[in-house]
Design a protein around this ligand. Structure first.
Ligand code: ADP
Ligand code: MG
Length: 463
């Protein structure tokens, strides 16, 4: 029918606009490289903040003692206790607790949010096993993973530049987040010192390095997306501090804010951005990360419902609700292997209250998920190519076969198999066979918590 043809036309037009041929991805990689240089040259020199982490030494593997970590980065936060055994023993034990953040706290006040976090931390500390308590007079030490853009002022302090990923609490912006947490801990008598403030990318990089000394970068693909890597300190013109002994400085790129004319932005992406909490910001993130992929799919489906009666004469009311289609639901539909796409049918029914769908329609939905996920995964690969270019590891120099490992983490990378496979194969394609052999993508399972604890250990006041 004519209507069906219109639905297909909307899909095909969207697919075309989302195209990421290899040439375009090279341009994305080149643009990332250029922006990295600009962001390192001067404060505000680029959309990429290229934040200096104050981490100039990554774990060597001989850290020891009992350390805490706190990971705040999305919808959940985790508290961890890590027992480090020193050389050869590695991580002897770890325990964690995961707490979901009540949505109202994401947009309330700084005090309410940090009080909530401190209370959860205190509860967790209370479960510390007998025999592991610090001797009298010694403070417990914490690595604080705070995965929002922070202007670091030392290894253990930094001010919030802006919120992302659905958080929006005005009175935290410009404040030292360690100060905020410390105030809340003091209020309830929790005697703990923040020894390191890091981002999840830095934590993942540190955690990855602890196990594998070839790790040179970390990428997070979760609710949001970001990357960090090891830069040579002398290649950071905006760094006026002392030259680190190692010669290295870890940079938190804040790559979610990357933007380039080479990015394939569609009308749906423009609208999503305009209606978001942070319009104009985090454009790369809005194309790639878990918070947004399902939402992009919803927007295209809505258009198909409105203009082509895709779901019948009336528009399913739920389809109008922003963020109702979550990326895990999208992923479940995308991976549906049943011959009649039963999972797709069930998801459409359960999440959008669309009760009757034909197989033909369900196939279109899967195709749509594929377009959105593939674009995101391939762009992420283009970004990684940019990092490798920046540090000269995108090609093999004569005779050299040095391995470069990139630690990847985040729920999207971990659970969205088709996304992960597309990212990995695209990166291989971009690098070519010879260089691809030297680059390893490693899943750093929850490296960021352990990484933060490791950095607390190496920045302990008792060393
Ligand atoms: P955060 O980024 O909030 O710190 P995670 O790294 O655990 O937390 O990532 C959570 C995100 O990962 C979710 O918001 C979701 O977008 C994505 N995700 C989780 N599970 C799946 C899944 N099964 N399929 C696709 N995406 C998923
Ligand atoms: Mg996280």
């Amino acid at each position: 029918s004519r209507k069906w043809g219109r639905a297909i036309a909307i899909l095909k037009e969207f697919e075309e606009k989302c195209g990421t041929p290899i040439g375009k991805l090279r341009q994305v990689g080149d643009a990332m490289d250029v922006e990295m240089h600009a962001g390192l040259a001067s404060e505000g020199g680029s959309k990429l903040n290229m934040l200096i982490s104050f981490v100039d030494n990554l774990p060597a593997g001989d850290e020891e003692g009992l350390y805490y970590a706190l990971d705040l980065g999305g919808t959940n936060f985790r508290v961890l206790r890590v027992h480090l055994g020193g050389k050869e023993k590695g991580v002897i034990g770890q325990e964690f607790d995961e707490v979901s953040i009540p949505p109202h706290l994401m947009t309330s006040s700084s005090e309410a949010l940090f009080d909530f976090i401190a209370a959860a931390l205190a509860k967790f500390v209370a479960s510390e096993p007998e025999g592991f308590h610090p001797p009298p007079g010694r403070q417990r030490e914490l690595g604080f993973t705070f995965s929002f853009p922070v202007k670091q002022t030392s290894i253990a302090s930094g001010t919030l530049i802006k919120w992302t990923k659905g958080f929006n609490i005005e009175d935290t912006v410009g404040e030292d987040v360690v100060g905020e947490l410390t105030k809340s801990m003091e209020k309830i008598g929790l005697d703990m010192r923040v020894a390191a403030l890091v981002n999840d990318t830095i934590g993942t990089l540190a955690g990855g390095r602890f196990y594998n000394q070839d790790v040179i970068a970390a990428v997070i693909l979760g609710t949001g997306t970001n990357a960090a890597y090891v830069e040579r300190a002398h290649a950071i013109p905006k760094w006026h501090g002392p030259m680190p002994k190692s010669g290295d400085m870890v940079i938190n790129m804040e790559w979610g804010n990357f933007r380039s004319s080479h990015l394939p932005l569609t009308e749906y992406d423009q609208a999503l951005d305009a209606e978001s909490l942070n319009p104009g910001d985090q454009i790369f993130e809005k194309l790639i990360s878990g918070m947004y992929l399902g939402e992009i799919v919803r927007r295209v489906l809505l258009k198909m419902a409105e203009e082509a009666d895709f779901f019948g004469d009336t528009i399913p009311p739920k389809l109008r609700i922003p963020f109702i289609l979550r990326t895990p639901d999208m992923s479940a539909m995308h991976h549906d292997t049943t011959s009649d796409l039963k999972v797709v049918g069930n998801k459409l029914r359960d999440t959008l209250e669309i009760s009757s769908t034909s197989l033909k329609m369900r196939k279109i939905v899967v195709e749509l998920c594929d377009i959105v996920a593939t674009r995101g995964a391939r762009l992420a690969a283009g970004g990684i190519l940019g990092i490798l270019k920046k540090i000269g590891r995108d090609s093999v120099k004569a005779g050299e076969k040095q391995k470069s490992v990139i630690a990847l983490d985040g729920g999207l990378f971990e659970h969205y198999t088709k996304f992960r496979v597309s990212l990995e194969s695209t990166l291989k394609e971009l690098l070519g066979d010879e260089a691809a052999e030297t680059i390893v993508i490693e899943h750093a399972n929850d490296g960021s918590g352990i990484g933060a604890a490791l950095l607390a250990a190496s920045h302990s006041q008792y060393l």
